[in-house]
Design a protein around this ligand. Structure first.
Ligand code: FMN
Length: 273
């Protein structure tokens, strides 16, 4: 039996049997991912931030433009304020470190200014998208690195609920936009996180050409039942995944402030042409 087998079982249930994943410590590490929402208040080793940033900067970068930055927020007062702005999520207060990942076009704008050069490609949607993609790849490398250090993480997309107020807390200038946060800390061993099942590969993997399925079972297989039993095992309210995703995107109100993102981006100096 492959070393990854129990991890694949947790991720895919019965569908795991059809998968053949070679033994590799890196693959086991990746397949073991889970978001952590219960942290000890313990301080992090001093090398943590610079190690995570080294991993983050080792990610690929579109044209090596490196259009991201990160603010390491450790102060309790700032984390408390950001927790208030991001749906009062308790883990923002308890984990000792919040990394705020930024799409940062301001560095290139400054370089253009130093050199008296034009940078007319900056205001375009694709340039913003490049910055967001770069920030996400960097952050995910930091997640993998944190997990390698025995730490836990959880992303905080809710930082986009009130982006202007978040920008004030972390002091971002024009041309810089907080894309999401990432909590980092020591997982509380008394409340361990479990591996969350994912859609069967048949739902996400298309070979050669995209094929749209014709009904819910063809679309997601038995994933509703799998997630429902995961929720029950974790002591969370049981719910079908298909209902949760529809609720999450029911209407503009369900976006919890993020329906104004284009407006907030315009205000932060991203015309998105
Ligand atoms: C960009 C992004 C934003 C997220 N925002 C939040 C958040 O605000 N709060 C939270 O508790 N989890 C957040 N998550 C974590 C997801 O809920 C989690 O990754 C998903 O449920 C799958 O669970 P797993 O990471 O344990 O496999 C976010 C994840 C991503 C990728």
């Amino acid at each position: 039996m492959s070393l990854a087998a129990p991890l694949l079982q947790a991720r895919y249930g019965a569908h795991a049997n059809a998968l053949n994943v070679p033994d590799s410590p890196v693959l086991e590490h990746l397949l073991s991912h889970r978001s952590v929402r219960h942290f000890l208040p313990d301080a992090l080793p001093e090398h943590t931030i610079t190690t995570l940033v080294a991993a983050a900067q080792s990610a690929a970068s579109s044209s090596n433009l490196q259009t991201w930055s990160v603010v390491a927020v450790q102060s309790q007062a700032s984390r408390d304020r950001l927790a208030d702005l991001a749906g009062h999520q308790a883990h923002i207060r308890t984990a000792p470190l919040l990394l705020v990942w930024l799409a940062d076009l301001s560095r290139i704008a400054r370089i253009a200014q130093y050199k008296g050069a034009q940078a007319d490609g900056l205001p375009y949607l694709d340039t913003y998208l490049m910055a967001v993609i770069d920030a996400a790849l960097a952050a995910q490398n930091a997640v993998v690195a944190a997990e390698a250090l025995g730490l836990g993480t959880v992303y905080i997309g809710a930082l986009r609920n009130q982006p202007e107020a978040v920008a004030e807390v972390v002091g971002t200038p024009e041309g810089v936009f907080p894309v999401f946060g990432l909590m980092v800390g020591h997982p509380d061993p008394a409340r361990p996180a479990a591996i969350k099942p994912r859609l069967p590969q048949a739902a996400v993997l298309h070979r050669e050409r995209y094929t749209a399925p014709g009904n819910l079972i063809e679309e997601i297989g038995d994933y509703d039942a799998q997630l429902r039993s995961f929720q029950t095992r974790e002591g969370l309210p049981p719910a079908d995944w298909s209902d949760v995703v529809l609720e999450r995107l029911r209407d503009a109100h369900a976006l919890k402030g993020r329906h104004r993102l284009v407006e907030a981006l315009h205000g932060a100096g991203f015309p998105l042409r």
